[in-house]
Design a protein around this ligand. Structure first.
Ligand code: UDP
Ligand code: MG
Length: 309
């Protein structure tokens, strides 16, 4: 059986159409559709409830917990041998579910098929390059390897699901987790489509937050880098100090220095603040993890009555 996980946050205009297409694609297969309503404030849940199909299950959160929490909840409830994650905005054509399924059926050595966007939809050049930079930095700084254009649209076997669930960290960067757990992944290209209805939930600010999370969730290298830069700048200032001592005391030259002094003070002040910020980010993360709060809170569910808890 294939478990299809569909995180949805304010997607009232997409649910019915998506479901129609999913049912069409999956009619000859054994499947369960698990909708995760991530605290939508529009009619998303009502639309899910309107669907008349016995294979439909859903979880509805008490508030918006984020897509990664929604994926986690779906994984916990999924009972299929194969698990697929798909967005609810129809950017990812359901026909690829079958391509991924067939690939996994034919290749026993592959545990996971991840879909990679062939080309991104009209994105401006600044955004495109910022994303490239993020993947570069992330891959350099952390132990995980992210593939540019690979999203959460993928299918994997139950063993991969169990591995993902064994990581019970609160602050979840799913893309990084997919990479961190290992397993054999096959990357398959797909043509991303335009959103059917509504707007993206990941604006620039959200993406920036996500990028910082991506780096700091899987690596503490920024802390090492801060230390190294600290050592280098202390070394440079030591040389500068020796030069001043030499000039003033031995050569007897007056060393006027207001301008250079203020530049150095401001520069180092800036660096210090950045490093305090980096340090603070990690401390904040530790604080949140230490509280060990649940990753999501469900308000309502349907279809999981027989589950073993
Ligand atoms: N999503 C979610 N919770 C959130 C934000 C997004 O469940 O807090 C879902 C959203 O409904 C969609 C998927 O995650 O099904 C991807 O979101 P979106 O299409 O906005 O992202 P994009 O495709 O623009 O990267
Ligand atoms: Mg989308």
């Amino acid at each position: 059986m294939i478990s299809i996980l569909i995180p949805a946050y304010n997607e009232e205009g997409n649910i019915i159409e998506l479901n129609k297409r999913l049912l069409n694609t999956l009619k000859n297969y054994s499947y369960e559709l698990i909708y995760i309503d991530d605290g939508s404030t529009d009619k998303t849940l009502e639309k899910i409830k309107q669907i008349n199909d016995n294979n439909i299950k859903y979880i509805s959160f008490s508030r918006n917990f984020g897509k990664d929490a929604a994926i986690y909840a779906g994984l916990k409830k999924a009972s299929g041998e194969f698990i697929c994650i798909i967005d609810s905005d129809l950017q990812q054509n359901p026909k690829y579910i079958i391509s991924m399924y067939n690939y996994l059926k034919e290749n026993n050595n592959i545990d996971q098929v991840a879909m990679v966007m062939k080309d991104r939809l009209k994105e401006n050049i600044v955004k495109r390059n910022l994303k490239k930079l993020f993947y570069k930095i992330c891959n350099k700084l952390s132990d995980i390897k992210l593939v540019d254009g690979a999203s959460d649209f993928r299918m994997f076997r139950k063993n991969v699901k169990d591995a993902i669930l064994s990581l019970n960290e609160n602050n979840r960067f799913t893309k990084g987790i997919f990479s961190w757990i290992g397993f054999n992944t096959y990357y398959m290209y797909y043509q991303v489509e335009k959103r059917y209805s509504g707007k993206t939930k990941f604006n620039f600010k959200e993406q920036f937050k996500y990028a910082i999370q991506g780096i700091t969730n899987h690596s503490i290298k920024p802390l090492y880098i801060s230390t190294i830069i600290g050592i280098i700048s202390s070394f440079i200032s030591l040389i500068y100090m020796l030069e001043i001592i030499f000039k003033t005391l031995i050569m007897g030259k007056d060393t006027p220095g207001y301008a250079s002094l203020i530049v150095v003070v401001l520069f180092l002040g800036g660096i210090e603040l950045i490093f305090i910020g980096i340090l603070g980010t990690y401390i904040g993360k530790t604080y949140i993890e230490a509280k060990n709060r649940p990753i999501y809170i469900e308000k309502e569910t349907k279809g999981f009555d027989n589950e073993i808890l």
